[in-house]
Design a protein around this ligand. Structure first.
Ligand code: PBG
Length: 323
């Protein structure tokens, strides 16, 4: 035998030398859930180890993460049901939980990179990402609300705005409003290929944001489609996105690779709540080696082509020195 691939696997030194993919703290973005109140920290039942934090606790959590070398955070608000309405108006109130949280984090930790989520669902009495009229999700009417949300996030200090709503044309619409208001430096991380997925279940528990009726299939993508992601990616690129995101990550590694091979923008992948819950549940049952399974998942997402990985495992892998 002339060619023996096992020679390059014979020792740890050689294996490390020929390792093709590397993962580091700089690739990770940590999603954090925020809730109203003082000194509150409640665990999400379907996401062991993940909590909803009141702002004072959030600041302590961000500080702990920064000390571990984790520097990018994506914030999501849990909004009191009484504050929700058809137009998500709470999202624009100057003193709202979310805008206060962004301001506080940036004030205390200007070095932290704050990613904010633009979509109506945490604030919507319908639990949808757009305005609902006679059971239909309105596209163009929703754009104006999304752009106002994005502008409010920029004014509060957001570094990167991530529209997760999947309305057509929102990247260009938001980009224009940000630029007209002097926020040309604020980045857009577009949820480019966001699929209508069962794996968002635990996240909707965390925020109590599940749709009150119907599903999200008229705006989120069909899990059977790959080529359609190219249409979305072309649009986002033309409309001024700075990152293209694929979500969820694991069932869509082919889509991550497809966008990586066809576009020059950095690719982000969202290792979503249900993917996290699967690992935690099997680890708790003793069915998987949690450390190895977690690192294999993150490495797989990175290998497929994602440079930024939004993951609930982010803090733990640094804390336990798995990385
Ligand atoms: C909603 C949004 C969702 C997630 C991020 N933003 C859920 C949904 O579309 O219903 C899911 C994240 C996760 O599951 O971890 N705009």
């Amino acid at each position: 035998m002339l060619i023996r691939p096992r020679r390059n696997r014979k020792s740890a030194v050689i294996r490390d030398m020929v390792q093709e993919t590397r993962l580091s703290a700089s690739n990770l973005i940590f999603p954090l859930f925020i809730i109203d109140g003082k000194d509150v920290q409640t665990e999400v039942a379907s996401m062991p180890g993940i909590y909803r934090y009141s702002i004072d606790r959030l600041l302590r959590e961000v500080e702990a993460c920064l000390n571990l070398g984790l520097r990018a955070f994506d914030l999501f608000p849990n909004i009191d049901e009484a504050l929700k309405d058809k137009y998500a108006s709470e999202s624009l109130r100057e003193d709202s939980l979310y805008l206060r949280a962004i301001r506080e984090v940036k004030q205390h930790f200007p070095e932290a990179c704050v990613v904010t989520d633009v979509a109506m669902d945490p604030y919507s009495s319908d639990g949808h990402d757009g305005i609902v009229e006679n059971g239909e999700i309105l596209n163009d009417e929703t754009l104006d609300i999304l752009a106002k949300m994005a502008l409010a996030h920029a004014q509060a200090g957001a570094d990167i705005i991530a529209p997760s709503d999947m309305m057509d044309g929102r990247i260009g619409y938001i980009r224009k409003v940000l630029d007209e208001n002097g926020f040309s430096k604020v980045s857009l991380m577009s949820y480019t290929a966001k699929y209508a997925s069962a794996f968002y279940g635990p996240f909707r528990d965390a925020l109590n944001s599940a749709p009150k009726h119907g599903d999200k299939k008229t705006y989120q993508m069909n899990p059977a489609n790959q080529r359609e992601a190219l249409i979305e990616a072309h649009l986002d690129t033309q409309e001024g996105a700075d990152f293209l995101m694929v979500k969820p990550a694991l069932p869509y590694l082919d889509v991550i690779k497809l966008l990586k091979d066809n576009f020059d923008l950095p690719i982000a992948a969202y290792n979503v709540s249900g993917e996290y819950a699967m690992i935690k549940a099997s680890a708790r049952n003793g069915w998987l080696d949690e450390q190895r399974a977690t690192m294999e998942v993150l490495m797989g997402i990175r290998r497929a082509g994602a440079t930024a990985i939004l993951t609930y495992h982010a803090k733990e892998v640094l804390e336990k020195k798995w990385l």
